[in-house]
Design a protein around this ligand. Structure first.
Ligand code: ADP
Ligand code: MG
Length: 380
């Protein structure tokens, strides 16, 4: 939303002018799925969909929060008290961020907050990370806490892990904090070293949301994480980053089928991320296509996180594009979105193929986004 209009909306609610606005983007992951919490590699990029958080410092220790997406509900809580979950489902994300900041020993004052976002929620574009990073950015700026982008991203992850009960890795929050316009970000989730990779000018990024109703996503997600931990125990390594494919194959007999397959996905996926980074640098569509197809295959058969609707969308788009595009599921799985890289002249080819075949076969309507690659957290 335009800053002026957004500032006016804040004033209409609080009768006071804003001190500032923190803005953080949603993201799409090009490749490297379920590797972040295994200390592996990921290659996401930030989107021009973002979440804005307008803030004004209060004289007391109260946090009051409204969201333009939820006009009938607001939340407020005291920073003096131990922060626990409240009645507002979405308000808990703000409580979660305040909780982890307070736990770190940071001293900060209360805020009046207003949230506005055009990141589709629950579509796999990580509206939750965008919200956490923007809120953390607002607290950081309002009270001059001096945290780095990396630290703010970690607070966002801790908010999900320790308050919202979602055991996600660091990818979503780190790309939302550190993304660079028109660049993907290669993240080594072990060292948190990042490298910005320019997106080729003629590469178009499409995201297609299956709109498949996602169920049991967090419990399945947390179960996959457990499978990976158990695989590590069998392999005698701290995390799957230390495991090799040959060690995995040698240990196959001692592992359950699930442990083997989950580890097989993660180890092979790390290798694909490194290769895909090279392919992106050299704008090699053929290589990107093969790597993204292999990633999808592995997510379907080894990690078992796809559903017929997302498999179907990938098939529809890949069949329409042939060798001219790269396609796979993206995000947490069990529905959600697919990502498609292609050239401008094929955008309509993809759109038409989805319109013609998806609803007919899956009784769902897809949302198609042609996306621009945006930058990370900004403060105004
Ligand atoms: P995803 O991160 O894939 O979009 P999640 O279920 O992890 O899906 O996060 C979505 C949740 O984040 C919403 O249910 C809501 O609680 C919170 N949220 C996201 N955007 C907003 C917003 N603009 N205003 C209030 N809450 C939001
Ligand atoms: Mg989320």
């Amino acid at each position: 939303m335009e800053l002026e209009e957004f500032s006016k909306a804040f004033e209409a609610i609080y009768q006071l002018a804003v001190d500032g606005i923190a803005t953080a983007p949603g993201r799409v992951n090009l490749i490297g799925e379920f590797t972040d919490y295994n200390d592996g590699f990921v290659l996401p990029c930030a989107l021009e969909f973002n979440t804005q958080v307008a803030y004004r410092k209060r004289a007391d220790n109260k946090v009051v929060v409204h969201s333009l997406q939820y006009p009938d509900e607001f939340d407020e809580f005291e920073l003096n008290d131990a922060i626990s979950a409240g009645k507002s489902q979405w308000g808990n994300y703000i409580r979660a961020v305040a909780f982890v900041l307070q736990r770190s020993g940071a001293k900060f004052s209360g805020l009046d907050l207003l949230i506005e976002s055009n990141v589709p929620q629950g579509a796999g574009l990580s509206s939750s990370a965008a919200l956490e990073v923007a809120v953390a950015g607002a607290f950081n700026e309002a009270s001059n806490l001096g945290f780095t982008l990396e630290q703010l991203a970690k607070f966002g992850q801790q908010a999900e892990n320790d308050f919202m009960d979602c055991q996600c890795g660091i990818m979503d929050q780190l790309i939302s904090a550190k993304g660079l316009k028109n660049h993907a970000l290669l993240i080594d989730c072990l060292s948190l070293v990042t490298e910005s990779i320019p997106m080729p000018d003629d590469l178009i990024l499409m995201i297609i949301n299956s709109n498949y109703p996602r169920k049991l996503v967090d419990s399945e997600y947390n179960q996959r994480r457990l499978d990976c931990e158990q695989a590590c125990t069998k392999l005698g390594v701290e995390t799957l980053r230390q495991a090799t494919m040959s060690a995995l194959l040698a240990a196959k007999e001692s592992m359950s089928e699930h442990q083997f397959k989950r580890a097989h996905h993660v180890i092979s996926e790390n290798d694909r991320v490194i290769k895909a980074t090279q392919a992106l640098k050299s704008n090699d569509m053929n290589e990107l296509r093969q790597l993204m197809a292999a990633s999808h295959h592995s997510l379907k058969n080894d990690f078992e996180v796809t559903v017929p609707a997302t498999d179907g969308l990938v098939d529809i788009c890949q069949s329409a594009l042939g060798e001219r595009g790269a396609v796979r599921m993206t995000g947490g799985g069990f529905g959600g979105a697919i990502v498609c890289l292609c050239r401008q002249e094929d955008v309509d080819v993809v759109k038409n193929a989805v319109l013609e075949n998806y609803e007919k076969n899956f009784a769902l309507e897809a949302d198609i986004y042609v996306c621009q690659v945006g930058g990370g957290l900004t403060l105004q």
